[in-house]
Design a protein around this ligand. Structure first.
Ligand code: ADE
Ligand code: ZN
Length: 408
């Protein structure tokens, strides 16, 4: 099936999603209301053919914080290697502590975890452990966030974290066939002057550090995007891509500001855009993607009691939605686990999953050394379309065989 043919399937997309949501019990063999306890990366509620498709379809990951991929095992090993007191008594104790009531309760532990990162090798090991895990989920391209202000505040210099991250991106391409680049995030609760100083500090690393863009992350409420208008304008003049977390916990107005004042090319999370029909229409018309992180939204309770309905609306909205892991070590899963959870709660099938995987490549920047550029985007979109066509054929064959059995 060609890319065009696959995209034409979109015409039926919303209707298919509504339908499949309606019969979600029959389709995926279980209640679609899934509490945290029902989550497993093996996703027993999904048909085996869909699970297989989710595993094998190539994907880009566009919303992942490298620091959020610090698994407790590695956190404790790095603390020991650096002669630091262990942040938690055991791996189990760390995991047991990962229960969050909101974004801030998570950020407190996330920044605490970052304190074990001290050397070039630590940053290399952290990024490589993410790339290996992502490649196992068929992530073939990643545009990865990191938080320079956190490491600078911990007394580290750019010459510590940047070479480790850059070398890992180079090795990921060679060892895993995964193209990777970095987006440095400014922390929203910190000052605009600090963000500007951080951008100045990054200047020597823009070429050799595989940094392709700037983003905004951390505490959202009370920190509207417009605070960073000047530094984003400067980043734009430097030729950097611009993205921002907005509408994760904050209101639709923050998403409007990210679009109109910061001129972002993607909105990270953006789930609260659903509350503003004009904003949804503007996102649809501009094709500005939302990088959605289902398990993060679940664990941080951003739409308590309504998340499944909201995710279903987003997936059926016609917007450029992508699926991402955000902080996989804290939220219980990498790319495949996020697709599985989304498939479970929305009842989506192969066509919709293929659309999301294709969106991830449409929304990628594919700029900078090793990205492969437009040729790689086109090739990956072709792979998604071919795999989807094969999976749909398989499903059809199985359905026909099933019907024959019933007629006998
Ligand atoms: N930093 C790491 N994860 C984040 C998230 N989900 N929101 C804001 N800042 C973050
Ligand atoms: Zn994030």
């Amino acid at each position: 099936m060609s890319v065009i043919a696959l995209l034409n399937l979109d015409v039926h997309f919303s209707a298919a999603l509504r339908l499949s949501k309606g019969v979600a019990k029959g389709l995926h063999g279980g209640d679609v209301t899934l509490g945290e306890g029902a989550l497993t990366s093996s996703a027993p509620h999904l048909p085996a053919s869909l699970r297989r498709f989710i595993e094998v379809v190539p994907k880009a990951e566009l919303h992942v914080h490298v620091e959020g991929a610090l698994e407790p095992e590695l956190m404790l090993a790095l603390a020991a290697r650096n002669g630091l007191p262990p942040p938690y008594p055991s791996v189990e104790a760390a995991r047991a502590a990962y229960h969050f009531t909101d974004l801030q309760s998570f950020l407190d532990l996330y920044y605490f975890g970052c304190s074990v990162l001290r050397t070039q090798l630590d940053f290399y090991d952290l990024a490589m452990s993410y790339f290996r895990r992502a490649a196992a989920d068929r992530v073939v391209h990643a545009e990865v966030f990191f938080d320079p202000q956190t490491h600078l505040a911990n007394g580290l210099d750019w010459s510590v974290f940047m070479p480790g991250l850059a070398r890992a991106a180079e090795d990921a391409a060679v060892e895993l066939g995964l193209s990777a680049a970095y987006i440095m995030c400014f922390r929203k609760e910190m000052s605009a002057a600090s963000a500007n100083d951080t951008l100045s500090g990054a200047l020597p690393w823009l070429g050799r550090g595989r940094i392709i863009g700037v983003g905004l992350d951390s505490s959202e409420l009370g920190n509207p995007p417009a605070k960073f208008a000047q530094v984003f304008e400067r980043a734009g003049r430097l030729g950097l891509q611009r993205v921002a977390h907005a509408g994760e916990e904050g209101p639709p107005e923050y998403v409007w500001e990210a679009l109109r004042v910061l001129h972002v090319r993607r909105v990270d999370h953006g789930v609260h855009s659903l509350e503003d029909a004009a904003l949804m229409a503007a996102l649809n018309a501009s094709r500005v993607p939302l990088t959605v992180c289902p398990l993060s939204n679940l664990k941080l309770k951003v739409y308590e009691g309504q998340l499944e309905k909201r995710l279903t609306q987003l997936v059926g909205s016609g917007l450029v939605i992508t699926v991402n892991s955000d902080d996989a070590a804290y939220f219980g899963g990498y790319a495949v686990a996020n697709y599985n959870y989304l498939a479970q709660v929305t009842g989506m099938g192969v066509t919709q999953v293929a659309r999301l995987a294709a969106n991830s490549f449409e929304a990628s920047f594919f700029v900078g050394p090793g990205s492969g550029g437009e040729a790689r985007r086109t090739a990956l979109l072709g792979q998604v379309a071919a795999l989807a066509a094969r999976a749909l054929e398989e499903e059809e064959k199985q359905e026909t065989a099933e019907k024959r059995r019933w007629r006998r």
